[in-house]
Design a protein around this ligand. Structure first.
Ligand SMILES: Nc1ncnc2c1ncn2[C@@H]1O[C@H](COP(=O)(O)OP(=O)(O)OP(=O)(O)O)[C@@H](O)[C@H]1O
Length: 235
């Protein structure tokens, strides 16, 4: 069943044509990666799909809702983690999760138990009551990943999901992504890192010049082939 769809999407910022004719479709159970060089249009695509930006032309749908006409409903149903997003510096992780839980209609007791589970999974229990401004970049990323999944959405969008995480936590996060996907949810990742796309994605779209140039299933490619595909499609 399709969870995320874009058809013929174009978007320009003044004279800059960020997306020319972008189409993609993400099924439930997909761990879908968008791989592309700087300026390819990955962030623009993610902002359009998550109801933060309207396309000029084309259509989009996320979990059966059109983000251009009902962005609030789409944002209620999904989790989002934009690149370099930080938790509020003036709150502790526990306070931030409580805030996110209220905005997302998660009962306080459920927030508490899910936070305990995530804090153990990502090893940040000792930092739950430390101001977010005093956390390292990696610890802040752990907080943001937890917040994105806190209301157990059926689709999650993450830009550079493994940024700043140490290798052990990266493995834990990859395992979680795999189980989340296998449970029938949709995960949409944007990355520059070919090895990340190759190691965790079920499908990868190579985006360049504002459109999907090629789509591949890494499991069906030989090791290193995604790099060759990438290089062949960005020139
Ligand atoms: N607010 C904006 N105003 C003007 N141009 C923009 C704006 N946002 C993005 N662009 C332009 O649109 C194009 C696509 O940008 P986008 O941020 O979507 O690419 P990206 O693939 O996410 O890049 P990166 O990998 O560097 O983050 C680029 O040429 C960029 O300069």
């Amino acid at each position: 069943m399709t969870a995320i769809r874009a058809d013929g999407v174009a978007k320009s910022y003044g004279d800059v044509q960020a997306l020319t004719d972008l189409s993609l479709s993400v099924e439930r159970g997909d761990l879908f990666g968008v791989l592309g060089p700087n300026g390819a249009g990955k962030t623009t695509t993610m902002e359009i799909l998550t109801g933060q930006l309207d396309p000029d032309t084309g259509s989009v749908e996320v979990l059966g809702t059109d983000p251009t006409t009902d962005p609030v409903e789409v944002r209620r149903q999904i989790g989002i983690l934009p690149e370099q997003e930080s938790p509020p510096s003036f709150l502790t992780p526990r306070e931030y999760f409580s805030f996110v839980g209220r905005v997302r209609d998660v009962p306080d007791a459920t927030v508490e138990s899910r936070v305990a589970e995530w804090a153990d999974r990502l090893s940040f229990r000792a930092k739950l009551d430390t101001l977010c401004s005093d956390l390292s970049r990696g610890q802040q990323q752990k907080v943001m990943i937890t917040a994105a999944f806190l209301h157990e959405p059926e689709a999650v969008f993450i830009d550079e999901p493994l940024a700043n995480l140490d290798p052990i936590v990266q493995e834990t996060v990859k395992e979680f992504f795999e189980s989340y996907r296998a449970d029938g949810n949709a995960l949409f990742l944007s990355t520059h890192h070919i090895e990340v796309a190759e190691s965790i994605c079920t499908r990868v779209a190579i985006v360049a010049d504002g459109r999907v140039q090629r789509e591949r299933r890494p499991a069906e490619l030989g090791e290193g082939s995604l790099l060759d595909e990438f290089l062949a499609n960005i020139r």
